[in-house]
Design a binder for this molecule. Structure first.
Ligand code: PMP
Length: 425
């Protein structure tokens, strides 16, 4: 079966609403490499969108899941609980930033983690409203979609969003919004649109993911924390994409010394198995009544077993430091191209949560076209890249933190050649 005929079958069988960035049908994968059904080999700088930070099929993750498969695969924790769920909650309560008593729930996807964080915040505060940021991405469920700060493609055609969701601009100086302007917009929102005493939570990604890999500064996060404290608003850190060593720390909020009341996690936690979590202040987490939280597959045993192994691997293989050193090498390589490539307007990101942003060399406007040309050139040469950003002009790098040095070096060569070739395309 060729990829072309599979694409035809896919188009006939699957809603076009499920977008696809490549037409590569995976056959097998190992660490940072994927082989397709036709035997072509690719270096994977997408990692299933920031999921396999520990690489495809890390032997310890596979071993842990196999051991769990041989014992039981599903009982539903709300019916017949299991110890490793409790133990994983204890581990997250220990490692999620915040020097206070914490509790955790498990769910299955990032969007579900966000939904539950909002439910918990509303139950704990008795308030309704939620504030999020322009360019944010928080998922494809109704609350996740409402909180997301981008209309096309995420909200268009899907009707009325849940009420009481407000947005203020995320500070991106490159796009003309400073931290002061964002704070001023938040204050204006409180003066013009919503009484801050009605706001249950402010939700923020410490580094915007889908929105363009823009990091929030320490100063900005501190101000947001102060505003939350001033009005009794809870702070939710959405660490779904930033979590688990990607930024050079286990959690991105650790870079700032700012502590959220609730933290959402997913993606990297399960190393390729679906599991997500909300961890937060114990008294807040206990606000919803019994039965108000959970789900049939929430905290599925295979995901829980995988997550324990992922946390062990991050520690034993020192992946936080590995993220920092890989990110430095990538950023240096990109910086060495700046003189030759005037389209490069920014290279950024903590640890290995890096991105390069392109503008058109003449118009100086964001160039999704250039970013796409780079992505397609790289794909032709066997490197899978993802774009992101409200203007689609950013390439984000999400390779596994376990990528071997020689594979990484090969990927950097392909990246450089693709950027240069994109100029003459
Ligand atoms: N929050 C953030 C910050 C994300 O990056 C994502 C996924 N890209 C989500 C929530 C939604 O996660 P999921 O796709 O697992 O529902």
């Amino acid at each position: 079966m060729t990829a072309t005929s599979l694409t035809d079958r896919k188009n006939a069988a699957i809603s076009r609403g499920v977008g696809m960035t490549t037409q590569i049908y995976a056959d097998r994968a190992e660490n940072a490499e994927i082989w397709d059904k036709e035997g072509n080999r690719y270096i994977d700088f997408a990692a299933g969108i920031a999921v396999v930070n520990t690489g495809h099929r890390h032997p310890r993750v596979i071993e842990a899941v196999k051991a769990q498969l041989d014992r039981f695969t599903h009982t539903c924790h709300q019916v017949v609980p299991y110890e490793n769920y409790v133990e994983l909650a204890e581990r997250l309560n220990e490692i999620v930033p915040g020097n206070f008593a914490k509790k955790t729930i498990f769910v299955t996807t990032g969007a579900e983690a966000v939904e539950n964080a909002v439910k918990i915040a509303r139950a704990a505060t008795g308030r309704q409203a939620v504030v999020a940021f322009g360019g944010a991405f928080h998922g494809r469920t109704f609350m996740g979609m409402a909180l997301t700060g981008k209309v096309v493609p995420y909200k268009v055609g899907f009707g009325a969003m849940p009420a009481d969701v407000f947005h203020v601009p995320f500070p991106v100086e490159l796009q003309g919004t400073t931290a002061e302007q964002s704070i001023a917009a938040l204050k204006k929102l409180f003066a013009a649109d919503v009484d801050p005493n009605r706001v249950a939570a402010i939700i923020i990604e410490p580094v915007q993911g889908e929105g363009g890999f823009y990091p929030a500064t320490t100063g900005f996060l501190k101000q947001i924390r102060e505003i939350c404290d001033q009005h009794g608003i809870l702070l939710i850190a959405d660490e779904v994409q930033t979590g688990f060593a990607r930024t050079g720390k286990l959690f991105a909020m650790e870079h700032h010394g700012v502590v959220a009341d609730l933290t959402t996690m997913a993606k990297g936690l399960g190393g390729g198995f679906p599991i997500a979590a909300v961890t937060g202040r114990a008294e807040i987490m206990d606000a919803p009544g019994p039965g108000g939280l959970g789900g049939t597959y929430a905290g599925n045993p295979l995901g829980v077993a995988a997550a324990h192994a992922v946390l062990d691997v991050i520690k034993d293989e020192d992946l936080c430091n590995r993220a920092t050193s890989l990110g430095n090498r990538l950023k240096q390589r990109l910086e060495s191209l700046c003189e030759k490539v005037p389209e490069i307007v920014d290279i950024r990101g903590p640890g290995f949560m890096n991105a390069v942003e392109f503008n058109d060399a003449e118009t100086k406007l964001p160039s999704a076209d250039f970013a796409n040309r780079v992505r397609l050139k790289a794909l032709e040469k066997g490197l899978i890249l993802l774009t992101c950003g409200v203007h689609g002009n950013v390439i984000r790098f999400l390779a596994p933190l376990t990528v071997q040095d020689e594979v990484f070096a090969e990927a950097l060569d392909i990246l450089e050649a693709s950027i240069i070739e994109a100029r003459s395309a």
